[in-house]
Write a protein of this length. Sequence first.
Length: 234
Amino acid sequence: MDTFTPRVALVGDRSPNVRAHVRIPALLTALAEHDGLILDAYWIPTEEAEGTLDGFDAIWLVPGSPYRSEEGAIAAARAARERNIPFLGTCGGFQHALLEYARNVCGLTSAGHAETASDARDPLIVPLECSLVGHEGAVRVSAGSLAERALGVERTVERYHCSYGLSRAFLDVIREHGLRFSGVDEGGDVRIGELPGHPFFLVTLFQPELAGDGGRAHPIIKAFAAAAHARQPA
């Protein structure tokens, strides 16, 4: 019997006005009751994330962009990537994990987010042609990917609440540096990314927090929780 209870950092600026934040406590309860995956979760505001994530067994960079501290959000993604800590980034977490990777792995130090730096020389995260706030859309998932293993399907319909996504201008350079884009929408725009060789590093532009009625955890959240449990305690 698994007696290890992973400590999970929920990095984000918790607000009752963010629907995903309201849903997360119920999803944690559902993980424990329906899946036997108990998580010891702590909310960490983005401005406190730098240097405070030691001892956590998993990191979830939750929706809520623009964050109060872009640096803190990026630091959370970097800590997970470099220390092989299971990581999930959803919506704003997807955007800022890609910013971190572009800057610190690809050497694109001027890569920016158009939401917070409209004059960025190299906008990596740009306005979507059509806002996805409140929309659902199909996602095609690459066979054999972490995303496909988590979802159990090669096509899924997911809910969004965002207006920004990854610029296609950076796809090749990010791929060349090892990140895999494992899910795209019907138009070919990236909706899922993952890091091969990492125990669990998955980012989604859609919000799995919003799936269903909140009574059961989305398969991606369940897979993240399972990865946290699979991590060997120090």
